[in-house]
Write a protein that binds this ligand. Sequence first.
Ligand code: NAD
Ligand code: IPM
Ligand code: MN
Length: 359
Amino acid sequence: SRSHRIAVIPGDGIGTEVVPEGVRALRAAADAFGIGLDMVEYDFASAAYWQRHGTMLPEGWFDELKDYDALFLGAVGWPDVVPDHVSLWGSLLQFRRRFDQYANVRPVRLMPGVTSPLAGRGPGDIDFYVVRENTEGEYSSIGGRIFEGTERETVVQETVMTRTGVDRILRYAFELARGRERRKLTSATKSNGISQTMPYWDERVAAMAADHPDVAVDQYHIDILTAHFVLHPERFDVVVASNLFGDILSDLGPACAGTIGIAPSANINPERRYPSLFEPVHGSAPDIAGKGIANPVGQIWSASMMLDHLGEPEAAAAVLRAVEEVLAGDRAALTPDLGGSGTTASLGAAVAAAVKGAA
Ligand code: NAD
Ligand code: IPM
Ligand code: MN
């Protein structure tokens, strides 16, 4: 039978609570569809590892991980122990950059059974993708401080946009839009205030649009776009944005669709030269960590996206169907972010059981 090797990296906080539920759904899908999954768990990319070793990752991490078929990550960050920029630049952001996972694909969907905080919205009304540039842009290591400790103290951090980097994420987003019913692409920039990089992005959108006459294109400045996310979420189909703007939109979108606890993401290296990475959109949630009440659906939905990427579309669809079925079922069984009184484990177990039933 087919077999896939997966590195499992729980990370910090609720990452360690939701990853086992993602694994449980994966095992259920693997059993039901006759798929072999070889999952190897790693304790690095966590504050606990940092406390023991003084680094987030072992020296040989790149060679250790590069031959996996996929990486399955929980969340990284425990700011009481390691400053966030140190832990994230020492782990997740290295994975994205070194494995050239330049397309961060984040579906935003109002699911049956989930209530939107926006009035009058039901399932089907919100259904779009945020496609986020994931290797350059505002997340750059170019910059520094001068005149430290004086009144002239100055801090600079450059935004980097390369022709290759911008074109490849736009092409990915246009192709995604082309494959969807509405064939609509929205680009987010801020070309009135940011005078070099953002107009450049707009230029490349125009060039890419000329190559994709079948895709309807519009663009907004990021400020008003956030307002439209709240006021008119039904307008959007594929939203493409720079690294920072895509980060912001991919928390706002899921909040409009009920909870960030269910939002998944795929950090894709489309050329498949390196493993892609699958993780929920949310973080380690220190405020609820250790309580057993984190919503595991973002992790489980990410598992579905991973199965799809691994060439297992039936298993991927079964996991997503199971999620939909459980979300639409008894409200009390859901986690508190969805108004229920269930736990991470009880919700995860319900989804895994539904996966078995769906096969
Ligand atoms: P967060 O996403 O961890 O939490 C934001 C809020 O949403 C919190 O109130 C939290 O309780 C809630 N929440 C998040 N996930 C939930 C879930 N599955 N179920 C129920 N409620 C959920 O964002 P934050 O507080 O800004 O960040 C906390 C830490 O996580 C920081 O160290 C940050 O850098 C890190 N972080 C990591 C990732 C990642 O690894 N991909 C993503 C975002 C934040
Ligand atoms: C995300 C997170 C990360 C990001 C942080 C933790 C560096 O917010 O995956 O959305 O900004 O990309
Ligand atoms: Mn984010």
